[in-house]
Structures are given as C-alpha cells and as structure tokens.
Design a protein around this ligand. Sequence first.
Ligand SMILES: [Zn+2]
Length: 311
Amino acid sequence: MFIQKTLKNEIICHGTGLHSGRKICMTMRPAETSSGITFRRVDLPNGSEIKATSLNVSDTTLATTLGTNGTRVATVEHLLSAFFGLGICNAHIEIDSFEIPIMDGSALPFMELIECAGIEAQDRPKNCLVITRPISVSDGDGEAMLLPSSRFEITYTIDFPHPVIGRQSYHMVFGRERYAAEISQARTFGFLKEVEVLQAKGLALGGSLKNAIVLDDEKVINKEGLRCSDEFVKHKILDAVGDLSLLGMPIIGHFVAYKSGHRLNNLLLRSLLMDESRYQVIDHIDELEGLRGEMDRLSKAVRYEERVFQY
Ligand SMILES: [Zn+2]
C-alpha cells in the first residue's frame, strides 16, 4: 500500500524571490489526509487558496505558475519536486509573495528543511496512476510522453547549442535515495545574454550566481563551477518531477522527454487526464499485478516507440 505523508512539524523558510528580488517568508505546515499541497498568499487580504494541481497551472513562462480566482503563486516546481522526492502529498504553504523563494536554485535546501522538520506517515492509502497506453505531446522539436512501465522511470534528453551543455541524456528509475543523491542538488541555469534581457524587463531581479548556473557564450561563469557535469539535464528532471507531481498522485509509467519544459510537461498531464483509456488509478500495489498481463502486451509497443525516438 502507498501511504500518504505530511510534515511532522511546521517549517519557516526565508529566501529571495528570483523575479522580485524581495525577501520572502514562507511557512510550511502539516495538512490533513487527502488535502493535497495547497498555497495561500498571506500578503493579499482576500487571496484564495490555491491547490497544486495540473489544471490550476496558469502560466509556464520561465517557471510553473499556479493561479485561481486572480491569485497566483509562481516558481512552485522546485518545492513541489522536493515534496514529491520525499513522498509528501499533503502540506499547506503560506507565503507573503507571488513567488516561492529560489534558495540556491535547486531543491536541496527544501529537502534539508523538510528532513529537519520530519515526515509523518498518515493512516490513509495514496492512489497511484498507472499508465496503460502510451500518450505523447509535442511542440516544435520538443516532445514529452508517458509509456507503460511497472515503475516510475524518467528518461530526459536536452540539446543546447552551447559548448558546456550540448546533448545530455539521463535515465533513472525513480526512488527517494536516487532523487536525493542525484537530482535534488542540480541547480537551475541561464544564459548571461538572456539574464540581461530579463533584468531590463524588471524580471530575474533576484537572480545571481548564488541561485543559478550562469553561462556566457563559452563557459560557466560561477567560480565554483558545476556540481556535476550533467547538472543541466538533472535540473530538467528536477523540474519535471515537480511538474508531474501536479497530477496529485505518483505515476507508474515511463516519462520520456526530449527538449521538454514546463509547458509541455503540463500539456502532457492535461492530455492524459482527458483520455481515461490511457491510465488506471489504483490504491494498492497488489492491483498492479492484475494489470501486468495488459502491460506485458503493451511492452512491445513501448519498445517500438523507444526505438523510434532513440532515447
Ligand atoms: Zn527549475
């Protein structure tokens, strides 16, 4: 059985807003079973509560933004990624800004704070969504798909025409330890030219070498360099884990992405939810056994698709 989890204690977190450059205070609290991850803006007198779901994604430019009834909260993906990585599905977050603090540009500071506060298992099972038929979405040369698999796997490929990045591909079978060790510390990245354009527009005012990898035309300009040579593709996986967590339940399936981003990740979830023939929701691992025959039959199709796309 998959058990729901929440925080054991309240966490108060201070950080900088990537876009506003302002100091932000965020409080994360334990939440009831089946309440999901919810946000409330305490800087707005009548700010509505925003539930973290794929259908509440209101903008995917530069980051994933959630919005309902005119209230929004931006750059949620790194925090949601940390929650998912630690198996937390219920938490309430109060924040005095429109954006989640950027911290060091990765999910590691959130992971450390949550682990300090502790994680509490709740007495209710958690549903999982099993992919039973492949589904894919594309945009230009970007593509994102979910294929049947007996576990949650991720294969991500990026391709940037930059000497330090180039083509990077990474595959992982998702697990808490692997996420913590390999993915959580990968920082967001940006190009110096683009940062200058954003700052001229009043965006990325809090961006600095303390919260992002910044590249000029040839190299990484952060003095400390990279945390690992494939930090770029690992950060894209970190983002995707946060974006896919907006489904509200873990996926049992293989997420394959080529040059994907927040927009395609969200489009994939919306397309999936519109087609019930591609998934089944289960609340007990034993139910997965009943689906194995069907999944074996589908595996040939999956192998075919994997060959076609050559990830
Ligand atoms: Zn990111």
